[in-house]
Design a protein around this ligand. Structure first.
Ligand code: FES
Length: 659
């Protein structure tokens, strides 16, 4: 087979690939990331590359303009190497890992609160895995019972522990361990459910170590997100987190959202590729946690993960085909503890993984963990819990009842479906201010780099600014009767030039088009319709809500007031909103630190009622009514309307104007 050389810039990496090889696949095989939201279907346009030398076959679609094609831009997923190539991956097609380093990124400025109950719960220290130090009777001719019998006898006598199961792994090293320790040993006992009813747990010896190792006692909690994988190393002896690490989920290269991952998993050996890929990412995070915490691998016999249902299935190598289509059936909602070695995780042979329980195909263990961390299930107050993303998950409830639903908001909150949309990484515009007189913008980017595109929180901000300055009609169309020099007619109707080419970090202007605004309107409409439908199902309206908790990394960056202006959030006093951050990871940590809280998580999952919105008539009606700024039912947005009244006109005086 004839080979050609592929040089990838700016990494300056050269690899030999078979002639005709697909550029996206070749780059990923070489470990070079190129954004590929649609998983290589040729529909998202995010995998643009610049062919600087050599020639490729294919790569031209309507996603690449004639002018860009002439410059050498191609879609990597549709291009095949014809000759040796030099290919540059432009900034907007790359993923910047540095943004995962919290110290380099501006933290949210909004109210960031952990509910009081959660703080109190975090103090509970009764971990799911315990170490018990025992003194074992040395055998003699009077008492030559087996080593295991004498070990169990010691556990009963010294720790009042009986009816204990024992793992084969623990028996294998038993005789040597108790003798090496001079008849002193430490038993690691796991208390999690092994196929019994929710909330119950049973002690199980998973290892016996020589001597007293009780001070070396750790667990790891990982939030396995569709985009990022975030972990904490917990010192169980002291009851505190001692290291944190995160990375992008390597599965991104096979599609950015859970649907495209599940499509990939359904083809050929796609499932095993995705399983191995996420395990590789987790192994990287585990290695970094151990390095930062100065802990050896053998001292971590336990791992708790919280993830959405699709991600949990993909990690465990379970079939996701029936999650995707009606009647949306996951393989399991609760998984018994799984040996980490069976999954390929780099933890000791006796270590177990526990997955937070799931509710349905689209409400997963991450939401159960989030509810646990928020403490909303313990309160009298009616609380709305929102996790915004491609898949928006919503929970409403109190100590008496809990209902949940998931709605497909589309990729707009992650920058998808937006002409210059991008993930929240360096160079992404996250905040915009538009001068009400001149309609000129001031933009702020993540990492204060040259702007390369707009992330989800930036879109919310921009649309709110357009509305507040009277540039945008409530139907999402720009007003064309004014004099805003930055409005012009483009290929997708009217567009606003946010950053001109000379100031942008990409090869051209950064614009917001009417199609972008339409896509955002659908996304916010789906979220709003989701909580209206759920509230209605329990006979409440948003005025009955005492608190709104915004979860998730994206949520932490959202401006509450701007979000209300667009109609993404209900028009309630801002004091009722709070951010909880990565509640999925917090919940996984709490369930590791306390077996009572683990049982509580299982009870939350068991008592939460799931509403399927995809074919719900009421949801569709609410959704259609939400396709307006802020909403067709303007009486539900009194403070927003008050703001707009000050502008005048439909909303205000004309600001726009085609040039
Ligand atoms: S267009 Fe190439 S990955 Fe989506």
């Amino acid at each position: 087979m004839q080979e050609v050389n592929l040089t990838l810039l700016p990494d300056n990496m050269t690899v030999a690939v078979p002639k005709g090889e697909n550029l996206l696949r070749a780059a990923h095989a070489a470990g070079v990331h190129i954004n590929s939201s649609c998983g290589g279907q040729g529909t998202c346009g995010k995998c643009r590359v610049l062919v600087k030398k050599g020639s490729v076959i294919g790569g031209k679609t309507e996603k690449v303009s004639d002018a860009d094609y002439a410059k050498g831009y191609r879609l990597a997923c549709l291009s095949h190497a014809e000759t040796s190539l030099e290919v540059e991956i432009p900034p907007e097609s790359r993923l910047h890992r540095g943004v995962l380093d919290a110290s380099k990124v501006k933290r949210p400025t909004g109210r960031l609160a952990m509910p009081r109950e959660t703080e109190a719960m975090a103090g509970i220290h009764h971990p799911v895995i315990e170490k018990k130090v025992i003194i074992i009777d040395a055998p003699d001719l009077e008492d030559n019972a087996s080593d295991l019998s004498r070990t169990l006898r010691a556990l009963k006598k010294q720790h009042n522990l009986e009816d204990v199961s024992v793992d084969y792994q623990a028996i294998r090293g038993l005789s040597a361990a108790i003798r090496d320790g001079g008849w002193k040993a430490t038993a690691a006992i796991l208390y999690t459910r092994f196929g019994s009813k929710p909330g119950s747990s049973h002690p199980r010896i998973i290892s016996i170590e020589a001597g007293d190792t009780s001070a070396r006692h750790h667990s790891i909690a990982i939030d396995v997100g569709t985009t990022t994988v975030c972990g904490e190393l917990i010192d169980l002896a002291r009851g505190e987190t001692i290291a944190e690490a995160s990375d992008y989920n390597g599965q991104i290269k096979y599609g950015e959202d859970v649907i495209s991952r599940m499509v990939f998993a359904g083809k050929g050996d796609g499932l095993s590729i995705l399983q191995k890929t996420v395990v590789d990412t987790m192994n990287g995070v585990i290695a970094e946690l151990l390095r930062k915490g100065n802990v050896i691998r053998n001292d971590v016999p336990h791992l708790t993960i919280a993830a959405n249902t699709a991600m949990t299935h993909l990690l465990l190598g379970l079939d996701t085909r029936y999650i995707r289509s009606a009647p949306y059936t996951p393989a399991v909602n609760q998984v018994p503890p799984v040996r980490t070695s069976e999954l390929g995780l780099d933890l000791p042979g006796h270590a177990y993984l526990y997955a937070m329980p799931m509710i349905s195909s689209y409400v997963g263990g991450d939401i159960v963990a989030g509810v646990l961390a928020s403490g909303l299930h313990r309160r009298d107050r009616n609380t709305l819990f929102i996790d915004i993303g491609t898949n928006g998950e919503i929970v409403v409830g109190n100590r008496e009842w809990l209902v949940t639903a998931s709605c497909s908001a589309g990729p707009a909150f992650e920058g998808g479906g937006i002409r210059h949309g991008m993930r929240a990484t360096f160079g992404a515009i996250e905040e915009v201010r538009i001068d009400p007189e001149t309609c000129e913008p001031v933009v702020f980017t993540i990492g204060e780099e040259k702007p390369k595109g707009v992330c989800g929180s930036g879109i919310i901000n921009i649309v709110a600014e357009f509305l507040e300055t009277g540039l945008l009609e409530p139907n999402g169309k720009f007003r064309t009767d004014g004099k805003a020099a930055r409005l012009r007619r483009g290929s997708d109707g009217m567009e606003y030039v946010l950053v001109t080419a000379d100031r942008s970090g990409i090869d051209g202007d950064i614009v917001i088009t009417e199609v972008d605004i339409d896509n955002f309107m659908r996304a916010k409409g789906a979220m709003y319709a989701g909580y209206q439908t759920l509230l209605e199902s329990v006979g409440l309206s948003h005025n009955d809500l005492d608190e709104v908790i915004i979860a998730g990394a994206f949520g932490s960056y959202v401006d509450i007031e701007k979000s209300i202006v667009t109609g993404l959030f209900p028009d309630l006093p801002v004091e009722r909103f709070s951010f909880i951050g990565n509640s999925s990871l917090q919940g996984a940590r709490l369930a590791t630190m306390s077996r009572e809280l683990l049982a509580e998580a299982e009870e939350i999952a068991a008592r939460m009622t799931n509403f399927e919105l995809s074919e719900n008539k009421s949801f569709m009606d609410h959704y259609v009514a939400s396709l307006f700024f802020p909403h067709t039912e303007i009486r539900n947005f009194p403070t927003v309307m008050e703001k707009f009244r000050n502008i005048g006109g439909t909303y205000g005086p004309a600001r726009g104007g085609a040039r």
